[in-house]
Design a protein around this ligand. Sequence first.
Ligand SMILES: C[S@@+](CC[C@H](N)C(=O)[O-])C[C@H]1O[C@@H](n2cnc3c(N)ncnc32)[C@H](O)[C@@H]1O
Length: 222
Amino acid sequence: MAWPRRHKRPDPDNLQQSSDQATANAFATSWNHLPEGSIYTRDQFEDWLFPITEEDVHGKNVLELGCGNGSLMVHMCDWHPARLDGVDLGDSVTSAHENMSRLAFRNWQIHKADLVGYKGEGSYDLVYSIGVLHHLKQPKNGLDAVVANTKNGGRFHCWVYAREGNGLIMLLVEPIRKVASRCPWWFTKYFLATPLVFPYFIYAKLIRLSAHFSFVKAFPLY
Ligand SMILES: C[S@@+](CC[C@H](N)C(=O)[O-])C[C@H]1O[C@@H](n2cnc3c(N)ncnc32)[C@H](O)[C@@H]1O
């Protein structure tokens, strides 16, 4: 794969051993097998960044910690930051690099590094980390890194999974995941995930069709 010369290529030799490496490796397997571009809609991006808006980003130096395949960074470019950097511990930096390389916006870098203890060049007006900190072995150390990279008077924005609204996930998906994470990927994909798509699809369609009944609002995933 060709790496544009103006952007620093992630250097695997500089990679410190991290207790989060196994998590990052697992994520990278998924991130690097997705279609090109962001996996998120514009609405999702804006929803997860709220209350941060374009006004807070325009002309500012921005850092994403735990950037995955760059799906949020791709949208972030439309808010015209002065500079946008992303950090991830996994090989998802490969697809992040590819996704960012397709954009007209050029002032970005992707670093393959552990966000815990990460210190970028200079500090940032805005540091954000979406869906990452709860995955860390030491979430507090991750939050410390977010704060350490935010300049005085700057802003940081973190989003983690909540118990609220995730009842079904905790009740059904978590127990399945405990088993699935120990199985080979092909078993999980073809013998667990694929069969579960059908009842899930029917459930989702029924919820949608019954949305005008107020009691449906109490149902999981409404
Ligand atoms: C759920 S994904 C979120 C990615 C991205 N923020 C998004 O919303 O699309 C979590 C990401 O955190 C990364 N990650 C986990 N531990 C990390 C660490 N210690 N340092 C850097 N990245 C890490 C994983 O590799 C993964 O790409």
